[in-house]
Design a protein around this ligand. Structure first.
Ligand code: C5P
Length: 329
């Protein structure tokens, strides 16, 4: 039974994520890699609304998309995964009618920000709510993981330690005080996540400088976030965190321009610059949103004046926001 969603669509904010650390273990027999990653949602978000569909199938309308159309839409996959899991949970007779989803896209796509995965998690949760179905925690996570490795993180709705293939998510709710600011810079370069992981396995030049140290940094940060960390303290750790991503060299062998952009950015900002996931998004941490906004304005001027290299299909997207969500970026 779908309760009145025509009048009251279910609205979900689907935030982007940033990997503050990404330590990667060996390739597993299933082809995936063991991860140890501290992931945080940020204030930059898509907006999804879901209501009763009028056709025979689920539908999706997207606004605000920039870049090429996505070949494999994760909102519809999130709804399909929710339906399959709901059917297993409540039996074949359950009425799990078609849904109409509308997505306002703001998160740059294929950027290392997991926007599509966040949309899928939001769609999964909204679909269950529309049908009035509650799943056991492990069934929700399994449904999310069936869509993609980054999807289960978004069910935690906050900073989390992500392990396994991505399905082991431990909430870390220890960011205290004023939200930390974050500057997110997305050069218009394409990086395939699967190709970056494959490089890591196959190309000695793509090996991380020191895998053991990424893992130690990742564990330290998880412990500190568990205990409680203020924005200033997080910013003090940015130098260590910026070197704690095991995909940086792999990405650089695929897209050498990204290394130059990263160095140029660190020089212009005068602070450490990290990479989110397989990139191309780069980040810098600030004590507050106001500081990040000031840096974004200065960087936009530098880019317009040609002081920041802009390889690929145009100028980099520069976004100032906060860590931990809350603000609709
Ligand atoms: O799960 P998802 O399809 O989002 O993952 C994209 C690609 O990233 C996978 O095909 C795999 O090559 C790589 N990956 C991995 N280990 C993980 C997560 C992703 O090797 N834990």
């Amino acid at each position: 039974m779908i309760a009145e969603p025509d009048l009251h669509p279910i609205v979900r904010i689907a935030p982007a994520k940033v990997n503050l650390t990404l330590a990667i273990g060996p390739r597993r027999p299933d082809g995936y890699h063991e991860l140890h990653s501290v992931m945080v949602p940020i204030g930059l978000a898509d907006r999804l609304s879901v209501s009763r569909g009028h056709g025979a199938e689920d539908s999706l309308h997207v606004t605000g998309e920039d870049g090429p159309p996505r070949p494999d839409d994760l909102v519809l996959r999130g709804i399909a995964a929710a339906r399959a899991a709901a059917r297993r949970s409540v039996g074949p007779g359950a009425e799990l009618g078609p849904l109409a989803a509308r997505l306002e896209k703001r998160i740059p796509i294929a950027a290392g920000l997991a926007g599509g995965s966040s949309d899928a998690a939001a769609a999964l949760e909204a679909a269950l709510e529309a049908w009035g179905v509650t799943l056991a925690g492990h069934d929700r996570i399994a449904a999310a993981a069936s869509v993609g490795s980054d999807v289960p993180f978004f069910l935690a709705h906050g900073p989390a330690l992500v392990e396994g293939r991505g399905e082991q998510v431990t909430p870390l709710r220890g960011l205290r005080g004023e939200p930390a600011g974050i500057l997110v810079v997305t050069p218009r370069l394409h990086v395939s996540t699967a190709a970056a992981f494959a490089r890591l396995d196959e190309d000695p030049d793509a090996a991380p400088a020191d895998r053991a140290s990424s893992r130690v940094s990742s564990s330290h940060l998880a412990d500190e976030l568990r205990a409680g960390l203020r924005a200033d303290d997080l910013v003090l750790r940015a130098g260590v965190l910026s070197t704690a991503n095991d995909l940086v060299n792999a990405t650089a062998t695929l897209v050498p321009e990204l290394r130059r952009v990263r160095r140029g950015l660190a020089r212009l900002l005068g602070r450490p610059v990290g990479q989110s996931g397989s990139g191309p998004t780069l980040w810098a941490l600030y004590p507050s949103a106001t500081d990040a906004e000031a840096a974004a304005s200065a960087l936009a001027v530098a880019q317009a004046e040609g002081r920041l290299e802009a390889p690929g299909d145009g100028p980099a997207q520069i976004i100032a926001t906060t860590i931990g969500g809350g603000r609709d970026g």
